[in-house]
Design a protein around this ligand. Structure first.
Ligand code: DGP
Ligand code: NA
Ligand code: NA
Length: 213
């Protein structure tokens, strides 16, 4: 990418929220919306279970393996690091990335288990900072009512309540909170409005920055 212009880069748009907050469907809707407007856009997700690190994470989440809390934390982080250079290349080439979960999940879920908050943040240091974090805000009880959880390791109401508390400690100026207990169409409209502004700002040459900025 040497010599590539910083103009007209893609935006890094991250979705965060509790399990069953609607992230995955809203990411899909946003992808179609931006594609329909003629933007170059891709949908990514973390954990990316397709890599070898991702397969270890998947085995852990489905309770097929047991790992020390610190160990799994570092694997989730490694899974983001192994995609970092591709992420930078895509953004610099003008592709907007919609990312279903990122470092905020990493910190919120692990610190909810009792790991030290700053220790949890440290391995994320230097990953690309999102231009926008869309937080789909939903009371844990309401998320739990939505068609039930899938039975993975973290999908339990009491734990999700702790995750919600730790997420709130991570909110900064890049975050937009959306009331995700609204109907799916209202959430979709709000997401579209918020994201459009950011895509345009990045196309005007806003430089990339790093976590935790
Ligand atoms: P998902 O595929 O989005 O349903 O995520 C799987 C589960 O893993 C979900 O309960 C959230 C959790 N999770 C996602 N990213 C991280 C992370 O970086 N660290 C930890 N500890 N948990 C994560
Ligand atoms: Na899940
Ligand atoms: Na999801």
């Amino acid at each position: 990418l040497m010599g590539a212009s910083n103009e007209s880069r893609g935006a890094l748009v991250v979705f965060e929220g509790l399990d069953r907050s609607g992230k995955t469907s809203q990411c899909g809707k946003l992808l179609s919306y931006l594609e329909g407007m003629g933007h170059s856009v891709e949908l990514w997700r973390f954990p990316d279970r397709t890599t070898s690190v991702g397969q270890m994470i998947s085995a852990y989440l489905t309770n097929k393996s047991q790992l020390d809390d610190h160990t799994i934390h570092l694997l989730f982080s490694a899974n983001r690091w192994e995609k970092r250079s591709m992420m930078e290349a895509k953004l610099k080439a003008g592709t907007t990335l919609i990312v279903d979960r990122y470092s905020y999940s990493g910190v919120a879920f692990s610190s909810a288990k009792g790991l030290d908050f700053e220790w949890c943040k440290a391995p994320e240091n230097g990953l690309i900072a999102p231009d926008l974090v869309v937080y789909l805000d939903i009371p844990p009880e309401k998320a739990a009512e939505r068609g039930g959880y899938g039975g993975e390791r973290y999908e339990q109401l009491e734990f999700q309540k702790k995750v919600a508390q730790h997420y709130k400690l991570l909110e900064d100026s890049s975050w937009k909170m959306i009331d995700a207990s609204q109907c799916i169409e209202d959430v979709e409209k709000q997401v579209e409005e918020i994201v459009l502004e950011h895509v345009v700002t990045c196309q005007k040459g806003k430089p990339l920055s790093s976590l935790w900025s």
